[in-house]
Write a protein that binds this ligand. Structure first.
Ligand SMILES: Cc1ncc(COP(=O)(O)O)c(C=O)c1O
Length: 447
């Protein structure tokens, strides 16, 4: 292939946009005025028309170490040359074992075993399956119910959407997993609007789990899954004491607690994991995104010793868990993961996020008085600006702000009428200012 053919394939605007059915996108709106990215370095994307866009969202909450990290490029290309693929069933390769050991060493408590997947969705479904199988193996096969939370997001697999609580992600897709149920969410503007960090109000909402247990009986419940900080629903921070209370109720009733840390892992909350920040250790943790800095698809489930040891019984040549993916522990993904963890450590990015947090929160709260802003929430390196919806046109106000920010060179994300920002952790203070100034300008322009 010639250089100019390659340039056309990777850098020029394609002639025909119709064949590609884009995920979670308004395909017709996009195709009528495409926003096409062709390069990325540090804090910026480059577009087909050569513009630089400040990445206010770390891609999709995943590029925590910033774009174009040569350490990752080199590790990936060396590994693809050395071992491009190795089957993971009944075979292994060193990088996967080493990577599992590194992750478990970072994780809190006795989360000492890692099961590899390729995405956050697969991690959620894997954790739910492990929970069901765990109870089965230990002789409590009646524990088949999975409990999630309203507004929860655990990816798009059937398990994840069954316990997930975002209506549009569920309502088109049939009856989903039988027996799943939901706790109420903790989003409450009446009590918690404009709270910096964790809200004071709402810990008691965890007691709703007791009501669910009373309704179904603990003997039917396998696991509870929550995001410690709900990201996709628009940055909903856990009320003080809420997660601890969930932990206590789960322990009391023999229910496994799963934290979905696909977004909150790897520095987003100013710590390795949200679990560490909030001081609550789950029985399983799901990971993806920042695991490889978004460079190569990969996810993981970390499970406790108790769970793992429960499976390690019976004849030695028996397969203990009938689950896995062709690409579980893919050598190239493991290489990307190792290089990513090296960067996080070498550059002290989790500590950097913690140091920047006060500045970040102040900058987010500078938008509190802008017209139509009805809440600002921020913690770690994540913030949400919630807007009063336009009468009769839900989501339109935030989407308009998203487009205006993009025109002005800043990428933000929206969900409903909430603007969410979560930049790479290498961000500088002047870039933090740029993000919130641009959002403010976009909102004022539209008002
Ligand atoms: C908390 C959480 N879980 C799971 C997922 C799904 O991850 P993926 O899109 O990699 O399947 C996401 C994605 O945003 C997420 O935020």
């Amino acid at each position: 292939m010639t250089t100019s053919e390659n340039t056309a394939r990777y850098e020029a605007m394609p002639n025909d946009l119709e064949p590609y059915w884009m995920p979670f996108s308004s395909n017709r709106q996009f195709k009528s005025s495409p926003r096409m990215l062709v390069g990325a370095e540090g804090m910026h994307y480059t577009t087909t028309d050569g513009r630089k866009i400040l990445d206010g969202t770390a891609g999709l909450w995943c590029v925590n170490a910033g774009h174009g990290r040569t350490e990752i490029t080199e590790a990936v290309s060396a590994q693809i040359g050395r071992l491009d693929y190795a089957p993971g069933f009944q075979m292994g390769h060193p990088a996967a074992f080493e990577f599992a050991a590194r992750l478990c060493a970072m994780a809190p408590g006795n989360l000492d075993h890692a099961f590899f997947t390729n995405s956050g969705s697969e991690s959620a479904d894997t954790a739910l399956k492990i929970a069901l199988a765990y109870h089965h193996v230990r002789g409590e096969a009646s524990r088949t119910r999975l409990i999630g939370r309203a507004k929860g997001y655990h990816g798009v697999g059937f398990g994840g959407i069954s316990v997930g609580g975002m209506p549009n992600n569920r309502k088109f897709f049939g009856s989903l997993l039988a027996g799943s149920d939901h706790m109420p969410h903790t989003h409450n503007l009446e009590h918690n609007a404009f709270t910096r960090g964790q809200p004071e109000w709402g810990a008691d909402l965890a007691d709703e789990l007791e009501n669910i247990v009373a309704l179904h009986d603990a003997s039917t419940i396998a696991a509870v899954i929550v995001e410690p900080m709900a990201g996709s629903a628009g940055v909903i921070l856990p009320p003080k004491g809420y997660l601890k209370r969930l932990r206590e109720i789960c322990t009391k009733h023999g229910i496994l607690l799963i934290f979905d840390e696909v977004i909150t892992g790897f520095g987003r909350m100013g710590s390795s994991f949200a679990s560490e920040r909030f001081g609550v250790v789950p029985d399983m943790m799901t990971l993806a995104k920042g695991l490889t800095n978004g460079s190569i698809p990969m996810g993981a489930v970390l499970a406790s010793d108790t769970i793992y040891d429960t499976f390690m019984q019976g004849p030695e040549n028996a397969i203990e868990l009938f689950h896995g993916y062709t690409y579980s522990g893919h050598p190239v993904a493991c290489a990307a993961g190792h290089a990513t963890l090296d960067i996080y450590q070498k550059d002290g990015l989790f500590e950097r996020a913690a140091e920047l947090e006060p500045y970040w929160i102040d900058a987010a709260f500078s938008l509190s008085d802008v017209a139509n802003v009805i809440d600002v929430r921020a913690m770690g390196m994540v913030a949400a600006i919630e807007l009063e919806p336009l009468a009769g046109k839900p989501t339109a106000r935030a989407f308009d702000a998203f487009l205006k920010c993009y025109e002005r060179g800043v990428m933000v994300r929206t969900t409903g009428d909430i603007i969410a920002v979560s930049p790479p952790l290498i961000i500088e203070k002047n870039q933090i200012d740029q993000i919130f100034d641009t959002i403010g300008t976009a909102l004022k322009e539209a008002a």
